[in-house]
Design a binder for this molecule. Sequence first.
Ligand code: NAD
Length: 467
Amino acid sequence: MTDLNALLESQRSAFLQQPNRSVADRRDDLKKIERLMLDQQAWVDAISADFGQRSPIETRLLELSLVLRGTRDMRRKVARWMKPECVPTPLLAQPGRSYVRRDPKGVVGIVSPWNYPVQLALLPLATALAAGNRAIIKPSELTPNTNDLMTRLLAQVFPADQVSVVQGGPDLAEAFCALPFDHLFYTGSTRVGRSVAAAAGQNLVPVTLELGGKSPAIVSATYPVADAAHSIAWGRFLNAGQTCVAVDTAIAIGSPERARALGQAVAQKVQTFYPDFANNPDYSTVIAGQHYARLESMVDEARAAGVEVLQPEHNSDDVRQSRKFPPTIVINPPEHLRLMREEIFGPVLPVIAKPDIQSSVDYVNAHDRPLALYVFSDHSSEIEHVLDHTHSGGVTINGAMLHLANDHLPFGGNGPSGQGAYHGKYGFDELTHPRAVFRSGRWHSTRLVAPPYGKRAEQITGMAFKL
Ligand code: NAD
């Protein structure tokens, strides 16, 4: 097993020797990551080997191009972000100059999940490097082929005391999160996120937690069902539903009949997106047998409760063998079912009805704050009402997932769906320390307010309370 302490120590001593990498060095680092993304076929093959099957388009679009574009954007802007920010100095502190430096934190630990194994390891890495840090990545044990490729390619372009990858399962992950990093960047489930936060707390290591949860989509009573169905089908069944911001539950405003109509419209869309899903190269497999079994048991529970389940025709044994889980719509399930209480993280969509916008808002607020919230409406008043009365990590209106693809927007959760944010400048700020600097003149105000306090100190203190 890798000697994690020794690796951390070697990165830390390299950091101390070069505590603030120059703009040119950081740009070089970022360019190296951009170049790695151009080896498209190798990544596509490795991810497909890990999944069983993953659409090459989805790998190129949602992994490689997101890393490439996000990294290029950071490379172009990092010089500007690194500049100290001058801020005003109050009269009582004059004469002097105040500014904020953006100092690198040091060594960042990055723990990544399996569902987008390149994007969720390399975008945090690029962010850490733009911020002048060094980093050690611990990827998910469920993607060994991608991890091997990533380890090999990164080792070709970065020294181990700047960027390293360590591979292993939960035991290694636990030991990793107990290390005294200068920052820990964790992406994964809310359940594991709690123990990661606790482990980091022991060392007072600051953490970014990019977690999961159930992201709902609210479809207004007057919004065209077919339009909502397109986005919901896209946002649920992409990567076979294994996306943190996937639409987890659709809420139709209106009667249970409207929920059924929405569910049927989504099922029709899915049929046009993925005809013959079992043999369709655009439809991804579920990553592992235990996740397949988990999804099966959720749908079986719904069936046993007499709930209507829509699935294309299939042979259960064949698709279980290939882990191609049938795209599934569950109509009006009751709240006590597991698929209504747990993050689904697979190609299963419950569709429920709420009589009006306020009751959909109440529904959202009765659950954990989601990572993403979707609102389909043509009425600004309705959209603003939902935004004003709910909380979530991010929001897309009249679409699904698209807020994630804009580097000018922060990406992160809220409460149980995470803390901290990244993408673009938000990531740079997250992984640097805003260091306050006040440069005083030789003469300064403590000369006037110094013990023994007299009348002058009394007058100056009084000035601070004048409105
Ligand atoms: P996971 O939490 O099981 O694993 C994530 C990582 O944590 C893996 O590298 C794993 O080895 C490690 N890990 C496991 N046990 C650990 C422990 N005790 N201590 C420290 N680390 C440990 O998550 P997963 O199944 O790989 O990914 C799916 C989850 O991730 C979903 O909940 C999804 O919503 C969430 N997710 C969130 C985002 C986001 O950006 N917010 C992105 C992708 C996935």
